[in-house]
Design a protein. Structure first.
Length: 501
């Protein structure tokens, strides 16, 4: 840790301090030097020209590089450690896909380049659409939505337009399970629907009897992820889809959990009409940090003309942009996050059919292996065998030893593992949700299970407060709510707020 220079006294947990780039500034220092001017200096006079010097930090190049490299190493990253963040599919993504996306023919192409001068890029989208159609069992896709939540909104706007065009504008209700990701009800509401919640039964699946009571002529559709957010496969999906279709409602598949079923089953065959895929989870772009994502929406043939346009079509050997007839309009300024889509195609072609066919199976195998190990330390929320992720709960440990999911997550971070997702799904008390993905070795899974058992023992037998965890990280327990509610982007106004429960 840096200790020289004029380090600030910012109170970071763990006893460390780090100067800001402004603290390192010394007048006259430069990270670069221009050659001496060898032409006469020309003064530009204009009232828009700023006369005061910009208050930028003055640092040497090496200080600059060291500063930002040090900061970067304070972050937990998927390249540094195991990241079993449930629902987020933080798998390791091969460097090959990054290399393809960095090729200048792709990365320097302006998105407004007309189709006839960017045939290669149109071909990429067309080919990726073919792969996605095969994987999801759908007929057409648009790549505009830049994330999963945006895909959800797109899908719901498509449902709305379709219902309006077919004299069914009375249909106002979108049914969402109580276990759903928060973006599901939020997207339905944003699209102008009313949200109707359906309960989960004791086995962790949609309560079908409850669903039957909720469905009527006002049902516009159902949003579901399968496997669901408890990591369980909705076994009654064919019955569920019949119940919704019988009243002319549509089925929306939240593809956030597609990683579990790639190569094994397809939402299209389960009865879903619209699917978004999170390319940034399942196919070679890490999810998280709000970074660029891609949530293409694929639909069955009867909804093709409602897709956000333009979409790519092929005419003989030419690729062209096509504007669907009843398109809901644009969901993105250009064609979505093209380089994320490109990474996905590179990844799919690298794995080939064999690799893609076994992806979901290995993801499930790893999750079941880890679940069986973890269950000897922390009970699982559901007895059914999990799919690609599973939920454990420290509800009892909270009662007996005041151990919370939050404490376990922090203690894991202290020992080099990212925390699993905590307090989600909301219907499980003190939930810890693990998703190992297919990219982890059995040794890493064993390490995590063993570390977890050591931590729980330590927490049970400890006489000190659990709130002292983490002890070894530069940042400990910042208040996670305040920055979300009161965004402060000025360093000078920044205060690191400790949790005061
Ligand atoms: C089940 C589920 N649905 C939807 C989303 C939203 O996806 P995105 O973060 O790409 O908007 C997530 C995100 O992790 C998710 O886990």
């Amino acid at each position: 840790m840096y200790s020289g220079g004029n380090a600030s006294s910012l109170p970071l947990v763990g006893g460390s301090s780090e100067p800001t780039i402004k603290d390192l500034s010394k007048p006259g220092r430069r990270a670069f030097n221009y050659p001496k001017l060898d032409v006469p200096e020309e003064k530009i006079e204009h009232n828009c020209i700023k006369v005061e010097k910009a208050p930028l930090p003055e640092v040497s190049e090496h200080d600059l590089v060291m500063h930002f490299s040090r900061l970067a190493h304070r972050n937990f990253a998927v390249d540094l450690g195991f990241y079993p963040l449930g629902s987020c599919t933080m798998k390791y993504n091969p460097r090959f896909a990054d290399w393809v996306a960095s090729l200048s023919g792709f990365s320097n192409l302006h998105p407004a380049t007309p189709g006839k001068y960017s045939q290669g890029s149109l071909e990429i989208l067309y080919k990726l659409e073919e792969y996605l159609k095969n994987i999801t069992g759908m007929d057409n896709a648009s790549f505009q939505p830049p994330a999963g939540a945006s895909g959800e909104l797109t899908g719901l706007l498509i449902i709305k337009e379709y219902l309006n065009n077919n004299n069914m504008s009375n249909k106002k209700n979108i049914i969402v399970p109580d276990s759903a990701h928060g973006t599901n009800p939020a997207s339905a509401k944003m699209a102008g629907f009313d949200v109707v919640e359906v309960a989960t039964d004791i086995n962790g699946l949609v309560d079908v009897d409850e669903l039957k009571k909720l469905v009527d002529e006002n049902t516009a559709g159902l949003m579901l992820t399968n496997p669901n957010t408890g990591g369980l496969f909705e076994e009654d999906i064919l019955e569920i889809s019949k119940i919704i279709h019988d009243v002319d409602g549509l089925l929306y598949y939240d593809g956030a959990n597609l990683n579990a079923i790639v190569g094994v089953s397809r939402p299209g065959d389960m009865g879903f009409d619209i699917v978004h895929s999170n390319l940034h989870k399942t196919f070679a772009t890490p999810h998280g940090g709000g970074g660029p994502g891609s949530g293409p929406v694929a639909v069955k043939e009867f909804l093709r003309e409602y897709l956000p346009g333009p979409i790519v079509i092929k005419d003989n050997d030419n690729y062209e942009w096509y504007q669907p007839k009843y398109s809901i309009g644009r969901m993105h300024g250009y064609h979505g996050n093209f380089l994320v889509a490109l990474r996905a195609l590179a990844y799919m072609m690298l794995l080939g059919k064999e690799g893609l066919d076994s992806l979901g199976s290995y993801a499930v195998l790893n999750a079941r292996y880890l679940a069986s190990k973890v269950s000897s330390t922390i009970p699982l929320a559901y007895e059914k065998p999990c799919m690609h992720e599973f939920v454990a709960t420290v509800k009892e440990l909270k009662k007996t030893n005041k151990i919370k999911a939050y404490d376990v997550g922090k203690a894991l971070l202290d020992r080099g593992f990212h925390s699993p997702t905590i307090y989600f799904p909301l219907i499980v008390e003190e939930a810890l949700m693990f998703e190992p993905t297919e990219t982890q070795t059995v040794d890493t899974l064993d390490d995590l299970a063993e570390t977890l058992s050591i931590i729980i023992n330590e927490l049970i037998n400890s006489t000190e407060s659990f709130e002292n965890y983490p002890k070894n990280l530069p940042v400990g327990r910042p208040n996670e709510l305040i920055p979300a509610k009161h965004l402060t982007v000025n360093w000078g106004d920044f205060e690191l707020l400790e949790i005061t429960e």
